[in-house]
Design a protein around this ligand. Structure first.
Ligand code: RAM
Length: 515
């Protein structure tokens, strides 16, 4: 939705602090480790693999090469071109395609007709006028593979790609990683791809994905901050992001679902009910991790305000009137009903708000919140618990996402919650989870009621299947039996390095340190 009249409410002092916390970016020059010839339809030919450093191959129109950098990188590409034959008498027209996964190079990108802009697709066409010469692409890309194909050259020369290199960029510092690596080979691989994911997303801000949307989303930030505390520990980057959110908001003080940090920080006009609330646990966790009193004092009111603004959407009976709230996200799963889950997220975040109030000595607020939490829990039970089906339903739908948020909210707990979550398959048949973001909360719900074994089994099966599929980084969307799943109606724009998917980087060391 476009809000023509949207003017964000900016706080210059908070934004100044955010800008002062801009991270140092680390650069590393990396080169491909393998080269594939491209087949006629532009796919890497598995039967024509050349080791890096092989003699340069003259390319005619219609031919091309794919450079494999061996791991996921985020950065700028530089290509040195030469030629064979006569002196080049016409420019070379080349097409570059960047892929986080090799399969992306098989996509019919021209046929993409989804609902988010095709401008996210990582490809461009370049005229190379001076040969020999070097081209540095202005745009930053996220990739492991770079396919370069020759669209046109004159008949008097063949194009030669003499060297390709990438200036790989991140604000994550490998040297800060803890001395931890799972001994179990599957978990080690999961941990490795999760770290790589987080690393790629750590840029000027915690980006959701370096391919797309390259910006700060609240739901993503909360999870990457948690993973960051256990991994790269760039806590100032978390602080910067919290200040960016608080520093540019909706006119009425709600936090936007995402914030643009360039060219100048500015809140997006999109607001989401659950994302505005997730600022509260994110601040609480930052405070517990760092003890940073300045941040607590600067951001406390913004956090509490989110609860009050969200609570203003409660009906008399204690349920959330989602016809009036901003969009409720929860998960991308199609057909998911969200009214009951919205209430559960509100209760969950109120618990953090109460804990924050206790931390600041705001005891009146704390007690008010605790009372309200009890009232809302009763409302949730009364309205959404189906005693016959022995689970929560929303308009008749018993989705797993709903059970998860009710458990996390503490509406049910202990053995009752465990019994509920043990019925996962039945709930999944009714409405299956689509994003690793929601899968993370499922694992957290299992852990919250002592189901460690089930949590580990889920990490193995879900994130393990990403690793088994050869992922270098964790994708935005992962549905085990549907590799083509995309909420955008076209997976050409799916992101394959998406921060909300990286939480085993925290779950494994925190909950399964001995494995
Ligand atoms: C998508 C992005 C982002 C997510 C939002 C809700 O556009 O993938 O990560 O937070 O949706």
């Amino acid at each position: 939705m476009i809000d023509q009249k949207f003017i964000p409410k900016n706080d210059a002092s908070l934004l100044r602090k955010a800008q002062a916390l801009k991270p140092v970016l680390f650069h590393e020059t990396v080169r491909p480790c393998r080269i594939f010839r491209l087949t006629e339809n532009g796919c890497p030919d598995p039967d024509a693999v050349l080791p890096a450093g092989s003699p340069a191959i003259p390319l005619k129109a219609g031919e091309g090469l794919c450079f494999d950098f061996g791991n996921h990188h985020v950065g700028h590409i530089k290509i040195r071109f030469g030629s064979t034959g006569s002196h080049p008498d016409a420019p070379a027209l080349i097409k570059l395609r960047f892929a986080e996964r090799q399969e992306e190079l098989m996509e019919d990108t021209a046929g993409y007709n989804g609902w988010i802009s095709k401008s996210w697709i990582q490809e461009e066409t370049v005229h190379v006028d001076l040969i020999p010469g070097t081209e540095v692409l202005k745009r930053r890309y996220a990739f492991r593979y770079v396919a370069v194909s020759v669209e046109a050259v004159s008949k008097k020369y063949d194009l030669v790609i003499e060297e390709v290199e990438c200036d790989s960029i991140t604000s994550a510092e490998d040297g800060r990683l803890p001395a931890y690596a799972p001994a179990d080979p599957q978990l080690r691989e999961i941990y490795r791809i999760c770290l790589r994911t987080l690393r790629g997303c750590m840029q000027d801000v915690f980006e959701d994905g370096p391919k797309r949307d390259r910006r700060l989303w609240m739901g993503d930030l909360r999870l990457q901050a948690l993973a960051n505390y256990a991994a790269f520990r760039n806590n100032d980057l978390v602080k910067r992001c919290l200040y960016l959110f608080a520093g540019s908001r909706q006119p009425d003080g709600k936090l936007s679902a995402c914030v643009f940090h360039e060219p100048v920080p500015e809140a997006d006009d999109t607001c989401m009910f659950d994302y505005m609330l997730l600022f509260v646990p994110a601040l609480y966790e930052y405070w517990k991790e760092t003890g940073d009193r300045e941040a607590l004092e600067d951001l406390y009111e913004t956090a509490q305000l989110q609860i009050d603004l969200a609570a203003a959407f409660l009906r008399e009976d204690g349920t959330v009137c989602t016809e009036l709230t901003p969009h409720v996200f929860i998960d991308w799963a199609e057909g998911l009903k969200k009214e009951a889950a919205a209430l559960a997220v509100l209760i969950y975040c109120m618990r953090y708000a109460a804990a924050l109030a206790a931390e600041t000595g705001d005891l009146e607020r704390e007690s008010l919140l605790r009372k309200k939490i009890e009232i809302l829990k009763q409302a949730a039970l009364r309205t959404y618990y189906d005693p016959e089906r022995k689970c929560f339903t929303d308009d008749g739908q018993a989705a797993l996402a709903l059970q998860v948020w009710m458990v996390l909210a503490g509406v049910v707990s202990g053995t009752e919650a465990a019994a509920l979550l043990a019925r996962r398959e039945a709930f999944e048949r009714e409405c299956a989870m689509m994003t690793p973001y929601m899968h993370h909360y499922y694992v957290m719900a299992l852990l919250s009621c002592g189901m460690r074994e089930a949590a580990l089994a889920h990490i193995r099966s879900y994130w393990g299947s990403m690793a088994a599929a050869g992922a270098d980084t964790c994708p935005e969307i992962w549905v085990q039996d549907d590799p083509d799943a995309s909420p955008y109606k076209g997976k050409a724009v799916n992101s394959y390095c998406h921060a909300w998917s990286c939480t085993p980087a925290m779950l494994l060391p925190a909950y399964f340190p001995a494995l």
